[in-house]
Design a binder for this molecule. Structure first.
Ligand SMILES: [Zn+2]
Length: 382
């Protein structure tokens, strides 16, 4: 079988039935744009479809309370139910939500059984904000948390790495695993944005201390900046953790044209990030990698970026990450590297080999002051 036929995709028209409310940014058109992109001549026929299924109640209970599952079941058939200020359901939303969590589990199973090499679940509603007992931020069930628990409980995997590059912090995912050293949660997100969690110092609790890694980022971070943080922070930690599968909360609201964010990532950058997580998966677990769609609200940007990710996953493109890394703005990234070193180096000594001595040394008061000045000026400009 040709290498490019080994990437799986999850798609199902029933995901289009979920409507979160009138003029809602998380709309069916997002997936419609992606499903029509799959017909493009350079994409059509190159991916293997993995059939979605509904998550079982037992699978949902690995993450969510039974009262919450009942609350969502009760929305079935109702024209509109408001669950929080920006999360609503229609009559068919619960069916879509069950298929989203279950479809991602199917993708994980297909990768673990070798049916496909890696996979991208093109599903909605998204999941990473959903908490144990409540909906939040357009999310109903926490798809990636359910899939990680499924990988452990049903497939017997011991260690799962979750990478979350969405614009927003995945509060629900973090809370699910913050005391669990068997699931490492790594998130980059725009600081001071919804939902407000994901500070550097949130690094896990009790036995899970060190297994939550948060990098809140200044606005304006682009392709090279993200890739540099992946290569210098995520990679050394991930290689030391040695996951048996890598799952990605792939949000495309860090695209330069996204209406909700203020980052500057391009499709080329998304391909570079995909290459970076592919290399981690290749080093640790034979390439076992599954991405799931989270945010991304500019339809053209979403379409072009998901296409770039799919082509990279299938090995049709191979992004030159060294070239992309050279575009990083060290004024933006060095502060993040310094903070991450200060907070995580004790738990992850492997970071030392990836960070310059200058980053690992405490700064002189003069250097601290000039960095503060540069950063404040950049903040005021943004
Ligand atoms: Zn988001």
């Amino acid at each position: 079988m040709a290498r490019e036929k080994q990437t799986g995709i999850v798609k199902d028209d029933r995901y289009l039935n979920h409507c979160a409310g009138e003029d809602h940014p998380e709309c069916p058109e997002r997936l419609r744009a992606l499903y029509s992109m799959l017909e493009d001549p350079d994409v059509a026929g190159r991916f293997k479809e993995v059939t979605a299924r509904s998550a079982t109640t037992e699978e949902l209970h690995l993450v969510h309370s039974s009262d919450y599952v009942k609350q969502l079941e009760a929305t079935e058939g109702a024209a509109f139910t408001s669950l929080d200020s920006d999360t609503g359901t229609c009559a068919l939303s619960h069916e879509a939500a069950l298929l989203a969590a279950g479809g991602l589990c199917r993708a994980v199973a297909a990768v673990c059984s070798g049916e496909v090499h890696n996979a991208f679940a093109l599903i909605r509603p998204p999941g990473h904000h959903a908490e144990k007992s409540c909906a939040k931020g357009f999310c109903l069930y926490n798809n990636i948390a359910v899939a990680a628990k499924f990988a452990q409980n049903q497939l017997g995997l011991k260690r799962v790495l979750i990478v979350d590059w969405d614009l927003h912090h995945g509060n629900g995912t973090q809370h699910c695993f913050q005391e669990d050293p068997s699931v490492l949660y790594f998130s980059t997100h725009q600081r001071h944005s919804f939902p407000g969690s994901g500070k550097f110092k949130e690094r896990g609790k009790s036995k899970g201390k060190g297994y939550t890694v948060n990098l809140p980022l200044p606005t304006g971070c682009g392709d090279g900046d993200y890739l540099l943080l992946f290569e210098k922070i995520l990679k050394p930690i991930a290689l030391a953790f040695s996951p048996e599968i890598v799952l990605v909360s792939a949000g495309f609201d860090i695209h330069v044209a996204d209406p909700l964010g203020a980052m500057t990532v391009t499709p080329h950058g998304f391909a570079g990030l995909t290459r970076s997580v592919m290399e981690i998966a290749q080093s640790c677990c034979g390439g076992k990698l599954v991405l799931t769609l989270e945010g991304g609200y500019n339809l053209d940007a979403l379409r072009d970026s998901v296409k770039a990710v799919l082509l990279e996953l299938a090995g049709i493109t191979t992004t030159d990450t060294a070239k992309l890394l050279a575009t990083a703005d060290r004024r933006k990234t060095d502060r993040v590297l310094r903070k991450a070193w200060r907070i995580h180096s004790r738990h992850w000594p492997s970071l030392a080999a990836f960070l310059d001595p200058d980053i690992r040394r405490p700064r002189s008061p003069m250097k601290w002051l000039s960095d503060w000045w540069d950063e404040s000026a950049a903040y005021l400009r943004s």
